[in-house]
Each structure stands twice: as C-alpha cells, then as structure tokens.
Design a binder for this molecule. Structure first.
Ligand code: NDP
Length: 277
C-alpha cells in the first residue's frame, strides 16, 4: 500500500446524493491507492474562493457537478480541447500554479454505450436537450462518426443555437447535424435524454410519437439515474434496450481517475459494488 494520501473532492449543489466518493474509493482499492475523497456543497458565488482554498490545502484534483461545470470552465487556466468546446469542466487537476480543466462526460457516455454493445458509427441519433449535459456529450458523439445527430429542446431556440455552435465541428468530422421538433420523418437508432425533465414533469421531454420512429434494434438512453423516469417508461413500450445514466456516471469517473492516476480502473462490477456498500 502506497502511504501517501492524495486528497480529492467533488463540488456541487445539491451534493449529498453524489456517488463520486464511493466510486473513486472503489477504483482506488483496485490499485491499493490511498486516497481521501470528500464532497462539498458549494454555490456559484463562492466557487472560485473554495477551489483556491482546496488547492492551497493540497488537494490533488476536484470533480465538478451541477450547477458548477460552466463556472469551472471559466476559472481554469488550461483547458483540453474538449472542455474548451463543450464549455464545461467536470475534472480539475491542480498542477504547480495551474488549474487544469477537462470534461469526461462525453467519453463516459461513449464508453458506457460501448459496454452495452451500442456502436453509434453511421447511426441516427436523437439527442434531447440543449443544456450542459447535451453540450457536454455532443463532442464525443460527433467524434464517434454517427451518420446524423438530430437535436431538440423544450426551448427550441436553444436547439437551433446549439446546432449553429456545433456545426463547424460536425462538418469537420462529416457528421450531419439537424434540429427537429415534432415533425419526425427519419428513423432513430438511439434516443438520448439529456434533459432534467424528470425532475419537474410526469411526461417524457419528447412527444410519444417520437418513440414510433425508433428502429427495431434501436436503444433509448436516459442520462438521469436513480429513478424510473417517464422517458424510461415510454422507451420500454418500444424496446427492451433501455438504459439509465448510472453506467455513464461510473465511466466518466473512470476517465477522471485515469487523468489523475494514469491508471485504467475496471468498471464492470462497480454498479454491483455500489449496491453492496
Ligand atoms: P441544464 O440545467 O443545463 O439543462 C436542463 C435541460 O433540460 C434543458 O435542455 C432544459 O430545457 C431541459 N428541461 C428541463 N425541464 C424540462 C421539462 N420539464 N421538459 C422538457 N425539457 C426540460 O442541466 P444539464 O444539462 O446539466 O443536466 C441534464 C440532466 O443530465 C440532469 O438530470 C443530470 O442529472 C443528467 N446528467 C447525468 C450525467 C451522468 O453521468 N449520468 C452527467 C451529466 C448530467 P430548456 O432549455 O427548455 O430549459
């Protein structure tokens, strides 16, 4: 056992529900790494001063969750291309004088889809939502060469804005990008719910007719986890290939762990381990 204790924390609001301390501790066990991982309830106004304090206290890195990922993007001195384009940081590393920011949500989603046998190459994806989560994963969706990504959002103007923002990156990777409201014509291979609709609504964030446009072998993925959402319930009426976002949460944590420790943790049993804690 390495005796040096590396200190980490996750910052957000609310934060009591966060599973990050347990997940990182389970990863650390795999390599006999001695780490301390705390969670702090922090608001936007005191974010910068708290990051500076934790850096001063010798913390090695931080995870950042809702609603602070954009604030984290704003304060980092060095950003990965992914974090810079997504305007989102969920992983901070303190290095000498610098605060380095990266975003691992997109890779977390792709890795989880991979583990579930879902390959998005040449597929049609319907990405629902235009907030931080949707903008945080679209970079990696594009990099994995789907045929087309359809965007939609409750506030439709934000979907149009999102398309305009990502168009150059989609063009660069020869991926078609479009917005769609309720006039469905094309079949989807994967519908991703990247909204927080389940927190405030008993209806899925897309019309039920959208699910009729799911291909026979299509899948539905809700980035939310911990509850059976209206989106999940509507999905099950069309397919059994339905997933929540717990796998993504674990995979994005694994990507943060890789950044901090240069080690690739096994994620396969973590969902079971979490239930047994
Ligand atoms: P934001 O607040 O940035 O965006 C919220 C999005 O949800 C907006 O597109 C908003 O639309 C939409 N929305 C909210 N309420 C409704 C509703 N009643 N009907 C339809 N659309 C609605 O949040 P994030 O994008 O950061 O997070 C979205 C979800 O993703 C959260 O539930 C979060 O838990 C989950 N997530 C999961 C992760 C994981 O690892 N599994 C990682 C990151 C996020 P509008 O613009 O119209 O307000």
């Amino acid at each position: 056992m390495n005796t040096e204790i590396k200190k980490f924390a996750v910052l957000g609001h609310p934060i009591s529900h966060s599973l990050s301390p347990q997940i990182h501790s389970l990863f650390a066990k795999q390599f006999s790494i001695n780490l301390e991982y705390k969670k702090f309830d922090i608001n936007k106004d005191s974010f910068l001063e708290n990051v500076k304090r934790l850096k001063h206290e010798g913390y090695y890195g931080l995870n950042i969750t809702l609603p602070l990922k954009y604030s984290a993007f704003q304060i980092c001195e060095n950003l990965s291309e992914r974090a810079s384009l997504c305007k989102s940081v969920n992983t901070i590393t303190f290095e000498d004088k610098n605060i380095i920011g990266d975003s691992t949500d997109g890779r977390g989603l792709i890795n989880d889809l991979d583990k579930k046998g879902i390959n998005i190459k040449d597929k049609n994806i319907f990405l629902v939502g235009a907030g931080g989560a949707a903008n945080g994963v679209i970079y990696d969706l594009i990099l994995n060469n789907p045929k087309k990504i359809f965007l939609t959002n409750r506030t439709f103007a934000k979907a149009i804005e999102m398309k305009a923002y990502w168009q150059f990156f989609a063009d660069k990777h020869q991926v078609n990008l479009d917005v769609i409201d309720s006039n469905f014509k094309t079949k989807f291979d994967l519908i991703i719910n990247a909204t927080s609709a389940s927190l405030s609504s008993l209806e899925p964030p897309i019309p039920l007719t959208a699910f009729d446009f799911l291909n026979v072998n299509g899948s539905c993925y809700d980035m939310m986890y911990g509850i059976k959402t209206p989106f999940i319930n509507a999905s099950y009426k069309k397919t059994n290939s339905v997933f929540d976002g717990l796998g993504m949460l674990i995979e994005q944590a694994a990507e943060s762990f890789k950044i901090w420790h240069q080690l690739n943790p096994k994620t396969i049993d973590i969902q079971v381990d979490l239930k047994n804690l």
